[in-house]
Design a protein around this ligand. Structure first.
Ligand code: SF4
Length: 266
């Protein structure tokens, strides 16, 4: 609702039925009514003074926020950039959120279709659904794996303790090989290296020295994990991605992860 005050200030009112009250900080950073303000200012040119007012009806409480010209300009720029990002996007993947509960397309959505298809099935049909069976098998194997991993962790800790004792024995007795009944243990030395963190001055000095002595090409390497992260996050723009993608072998590997259903029991 829009009102024009006696002092020629426009008021944009919105009524919320939420059961939670926001903080003033939430209100001041909320973009919804500020976007309405931009719309209003595009229609009329006497909209210099605008008050944004939220009515939280369950609490009979009002929140007011006013935006500076700079804040409105920054919001406009952010919104235009967002529109460009959306327009340049090739894929529009579904993203689950609290709004899914009100969505009218759960029968089409790859994230909700299985739930939609199975939630009202009788128990025997539900448990015979191929998807349900696969998830239940996966979950049971994951639990077994976790139990084994706990055992393996305990065994690893025991092995580490014995290793320490073996090394200490070898040092004490000046031995590189120690024999048992059917096996022998060889003690070898290998230097473990860790380097200064990326971006630190020590790292730069180390890199400079390696370049100076002509060893840089032997030790430098592309951080493929960091590159993969950039690609997956979509933080490379299309032009850059197209330029580098011909050098990369990009395959799409699907992974599955198990999580608890939100309180649903079957
Ligand atoms: S159900 Fe699917 S399409 Fe609907 S809002 Fe959720 S993620 Fe989006």
């Amino acid at each position: 609702m829009i009102e024009l005050d006696d002092d020629r200030t426009y008021e944009i009112h919105d009524y919320k039925t939420s059961g939670h009250l926001p903080s003033q900080q939430d209100i001041d950073s909320n973009e919804q009514l500020a976007l309405y303000q931009i719309g209003l200012q595009n229609i009329w040119n006497d909209t210099k003074n605008v008050r944004l007012i939220w009515h939280f009806v369950m609490f009979d409480k009002e929140f007011v926020s006013c935006r500076t010209d700079e804040q409105i300009a920054a919001l406009k720029a952010r919104t235009i950039q967002l529109i460009e990002t959306v327009e340049n996007d090739k894929e529009f993947l579904p993203k689950e959120s609290g709004l899914c509960e009100w969505c009218v397309y759960p029968d089409l959505c790859p994230k909700r279709r299985h739930l939609f298809k199975t939630e009202d099935l009788p128990a025997n049909e539900y448990l015979n659904d191929d998807g349900v069976k696969l998830v239940n098998t996966f979950a049971s194997l994951a639990i077994q794996k976790k139990k084994h991993q706990e055992k393996i962790k305990t065994l690893d800790e025991e092995i580490d303790k014995v290793k320490e004792a073996v090394v200490a024995y070898g040092e004490r007795e000046s031995l590189d090989v120690i024999n048992g009944s059917d096996n022998k243990l060889k003690i070898s030395k290998k230097q473990k290296i860790s380097s200064p963190s990326k971006g630190s001055s020590e790292r730069k000095e180390l890199e400079d020295i390696l370049r100076e002595i002509g060893k840089w090409d032997e030790v430098s390497d592309l951080d493929i994990y960091a590159l993969e992260k950039l690609v997956n996050e979509g933080s490379l723009d299309n032009a850059v991605f197209n330029k580098i993608s011909k050098y990369l072998n990009i395959t799409c590997k699907k992974s599955v992860s198990l999580s608890k259903l939100g309180g649903k029991e079957k």
